[in-house]
Design a binder for this molecule. Structure first.
Ligand SMILES: Nc1ncnc2c1ncn2[C@@H]1O[C@H](COP(=O)(O)OP(=O)(O)OP(=O)(O)O)[C@@H](O)[C@H]1O
Length: 361
């Protein structure tokens, strides 16, 4: 059985964790939910830091916890990265990194020290001490140290939330590289929709100790029955690849992956090879609808679309329209008045006018 299979039940005062699910064993799965919904508690259960009687956990069929097995935290091949980088203050960065690496028996090592040092870009400060680094640099070292234990699963608990905006921006590309260059499954706790839409392949939505729903990121973001699709910040992500560049106008063209029709998006120029995979985010409020293709407009991205659903938004007198654009899904937020005037309903053919496209990775 593949995946991270778990069954945990824990009561603590009024909090009740009840999780019985299988999370993906590939890519980044975001654990998303309100404060107190149980995200950290669930990570602690997976790490073996909570010994819950009757709990079950297996990784690709290998039991880490069952009625007869309980691997202690240090016996689980897990890397754990917390909000605050917990480095040894009296050891240099190099020694901090070697600590995790040397603890792993040679035959169990799946990574090389140099490789991880380069992946996280820590070469430049390897001889310094933790207090001589910025918060973002410290966190990169903490991630590198976790990876050097050759884990089979990486748990990240709000790894960016203690950092200022600049440090966050600096570290995100390293997380993307980590995602691109390793096959390591990552469970990533975050409060930030921006981080989630940028990094996650899947999303598990937690509420009051339970996993309310889980699935592929764009399916989750656009599900009418979940609050994510109703928010003012509601958005969709599209997986695309770079198809060409136009140097004269400093723009890049993207083709949508798995599109059944030839759908192209135009974005500000990005220095990426043709064929490179990228992800774009489109906010629902940046998508307006038209029944005819506008000719004289400054909007560059106008996509033929079919309405698949219309549902209420949290804003009064506004509705969310779910659209199929050649096999992928985006949302459009329009007023109830426009919905009525244009006769927007399921199966209607429209043009989605996309005012802004953010290239995420
Ligand atoms: N040691 C503890 N003793 C009693 N209650 C606890 C303990 N640790 C956590 N809780 C409670 O368990 C619930 C879940 O906490 P948890 O930290 O897992 O939530 P979270 O979703 O990670 O929240 P946040 O996003 O704020 O970190 C909360 O109601 C919290 O108060």
């Amino acid at each position: 059985m593949s995946g991270i299979e778990m069954q945990f039940e824990l009561r603590r005062d009024s909090f009740h964790l009840q999780v019985d699910t299988t999370l993906p064993h590939t890519g980044i799965t975001a654990l998303f939910g309100a404060s107190g919904s149980g995200k950290t508690t669930l990570l602690r259960c997976i790490a073996g830091l909570e010994n819950i009687p009757g709990g079950k956990l297996s990784m690709d069929g290998v039991p880490w916890q069952s009625d007869s097995v309980f691997l202690a935290p240090h016996q689980r091949p897990i890397g754990y990265v917390f909000q605050e980088a917990s480095l040894f203050p009296h050891l240099s960065i190099k020694k901090n990194l070697e600590y995790g690496w040397k603890r792993t028996p040679t035959q169990n090592r799946t990574v090389q020290l140099d490789e991880i040092v380069s992946l996280l870009g820590v070469e430049g400060f390897i001889h310094r001490y933790p207090h001589q680094l910025s918060g973002g640099q410290r966190q990169r070292v903490a991630i590198a140290r976790a990876l050097l234990t050759s884990p089979k699963l990486l748990l990240m608990d709000e790894p960016l939330s203690g950092l200022d905006l600049q440090s966050k921006q600096e570290i995100l590309p390293y997380l993307e590289r980590l995602h691109e260059q390793t096959n390591l499954p990552i469970l990533y706790v975050s409060h930030s929709p921006d981080e989630v839409v940028r990094l996650a392949d899947s999303l598990a939505l937690m509420e009051s100790g339970r996993i309310l729903a889980q699935g592929e990121i764009n399916t989750m973001l656009t599900r009418p029955d979940l609050y994510l699709s109703k928010l003012d910040e509601a958005s969709a992500v599209l997986n695309c690849h770079v198809s060409s560049h136009d140097e004269r106008y400093h723009i890049s063209y993207l083709s949508m992956d798995q599109a059944t029709q030839n759908q192209t998006l135009l974005v500000p120029y990005r220095d990426l090879d043709c064929g490179h995979s990228v992800r774009v985010r489109i906010l629902a409020r940046d998508v307006s609808l038209s029944l005819h293709k506008q000719e004289n407009t400054s909007i560059s991205n106008i996509l033929p679309a079919t309405v698949t659903d219309v549902f209420p938004s949290i804003s009064p007198f506004q509705v969310m329209v779910k659209l199929d654009i050649g096999g992928q899904t985006i949302l459009s937020k329009i007023t109830s008045r426009s919905q009525e005037l244009l006769g927007i309903e399921k199966d209607k053919f429209v043009y989605a006018q996309v005012k802004s496209v953010a290239l995420m990775r």
